[in-house]
Design a protein around this ligand. Structure first.
Ligand code: UTP
Length: 472
């Protein structure tokens, strides 16, 4: 049956007309050859398309630019440095700990990405990342939450953002592993939306005759997905005020850091961030700075090389504050970000996208054949009335699993875990730096969250795994 001949609801007829006006009539090229179920499937996607957004996407794809004004003035952001907070921490930490004890906190992990660079087909959170016990990233985070539950006599709800592509597999993984010792009611999954990609002629892409290709809408999609799935309403009703946001690939994340929360509360910030010092001017990391007098992130690709290399009179980089995608975000702020509709800007990335050929085969071209659209969580920073930014030591809190080899890879994340274990063993006075060099240890997040928890360690808590140590 031809698309123009089937009887339809007037609303669908109007949509098809608008799609034609937008130059998207080709998505019905195969319609007449589809089964009834396939036709219904395609029409269901058409009904779900946001046509105003599609119009905007087409304009952006044609002009090749984002819908975000170009910054005029870039200045470094005020950051609480490690040296500064080390002097004040004993007073501030109590505020964060109280909020944890009072149940004002939820954890949000974004795990909807596709992990393309890692080349691991399953959801990234299921990747076995600890060196000796081979715990998955999800298990590591679950154990960190259990540690906090025990320490603060609370039950921190954990919200995990998945995408339509990996939701079922992620949920199955948790069920198969009995939620890693958490109560199943403590773990909430919510699915982010997808957004259609466009080809190099700004046209929707069919990857199957009845399917329009879309990708997860970026980690900024968290803001919308928390709202669309009723999570913010749930949090509000449960008296939760602060969301600890982090990405599924950071194996070293210091979950719900009470010091960071203490500052966030004291300064009445709405969205706060952690940063590390950039390794060098060319490190590919977004920088937290003041963009036209508002806190925000400039992506490494958008930072003028002259500014990236600029140094002060002590030869330190001016724009040194690398964002590690760890935030406290207020529930009320997230609600306000949605009340007038989702408004984070869209970023374009030229990518290789599967596409249906005239002969019926779906191919993955060798060269980028279109653009994907994504929103980024850090674009919410300038909307906050107040922000707080805090420097932390990279070796203590940040080791992302991005690539198969090289930097931010499986090997580097394993090495970073060993390095951190050595550091804590030395800080706790259990080994000298020289002794520690020879040790490869894995530390259980269930019982140890920092060097202080290792002080006076009972040797019975160390078990040998070959030559190496597992400490719990
Ligand atoms: P990245 O942008 O590094 O993407 O996501 P990725 O999926 O891990 O890997 P590549 O780029 O395909 O190789 C940073 C974090 O944001 C989440 C990811 O799961 C990761 O925790 N994310 C990203 C989402 O939750 N949804 C998205 O649409 C994109």
């Amino acid at each position: 049956m031809d698309i123009n001949k089937i009887s339809r609801q007037p609303a669908m007829t109007a949509r098809i007309k608008r799609l034609n006006e937008l130059g998207q009539g080709h998505i019905f090229d195969y319609f007449a050859r589809l089964t009834e179920a396939e036709q219904a499937h395609l029409l269901q996607q058409v009904a779900g398309l946001d046509l105003d957004l599609l119009h905007l996407q087409i304009t952006m794809a044609k002009s090749g630019s984002v819908d975000k004004p170009k910054p005029k003035l870039l200045l470094p952001a005020p950051v609480k440095t490690i040296t500064e907070w080390q002097k004040e921490q004993s007073e501030v930490i109590a505020d964060g700990e109280n909020a944890l004890r009072q149940g004002l906190v939820a954890v949000v992990t974004v795990a909807g990405g596709q992990g393309t660079r890692l080349g691991f087909v399953a959801p990234k959170g299921t990747f076995s990342i600890t060196p000796l016990r081979e715990k998955s990233l999800f298990q590591v985070f679950a154990e960190k939450i259990r540690f906090l539950n025990q320490k603060y006599q609370t039950s921190i709800p954990w919200f995990i953002m998945t995408s339509p592509i990996n939701d079922a597999e992620t949920q199955d993984f948790f069920a198969e592993n009995q939620y890693f010792g958490l109560a199943s009611g403590q773990v909430h999954f919510f699915i982010q939306s997808t957004i259609p990609a466009l080809d190099n002629q700004a046209r929707l892409i069919l990857d199957r005759p009845d399917h329009i290709f879309g990708n997860p809408n970026g980690h900024g999609g968290t803001v919308k997905a928390l709202w669309d799935n009723g999570c913010l309403k749930y949090m509000k009703a449960a008296g939760i005020r602060y969301v600890f946001y982090f990405q599924v690939d950071n194996a070293l994340v210091r979950l719900c850091d009470p010091l960071f929360l203490g500052y966030h509360i004291r300064l009445q910030a709405e969205m706060s961030s952690k940063v590390v010092r950039k390794r060098n001017a060319s490190e590919k990391v977004g920088i937290i700075c003041q963009i036209d007098h508002k806190t925000g992130v400039v992506e490494y690709s958008d930072l003028d090389p002259a500014l990236a290399e600029q140094t002060d009179d002590q030869n330190n980089l001016t724009f040194w504050a690398g964002s590690i995608a760890i935030h406290w975000i207020n529930v009320d702020f997230l609600i306000a970000e949605n009340e007038q509709g989702f408004k984070l800007p869209w970023h374009l990335a030229h990518k290789v996208i599967p596409v249906l050929q005239a002969d019926g085969r779906t191919v993955l071209p060798a060269e980028p054949n279109g653009v994907k659209f994504e929103s980024f969580i850090f674009d919410a920073l300038p909307d906050a009335r107040k922000n707080f930014t805090m420097e932390v030591a990279r070796e203590e809190e940040f080791s992302p699993l991005k690539n198969k080899d090289g930097s931010d890879s499986i090997d580097s994340v394993i090495e970073d875990q060993y390095r951190l274990a050595r550091r804590w063993l030395v800080q706790a006075g259990l080994l000298t730096a020289q002794e520690a060099e020879a040790i490869k240890a894995e530390i259980s997040p269930l019982t140890i969250a920092g060097a202080e928890d290792l002080k006076g360690l009972d040797p019975a808590r160390i078990s040998k795994v070959g030559e190496n140590w597992y400490i719990e």
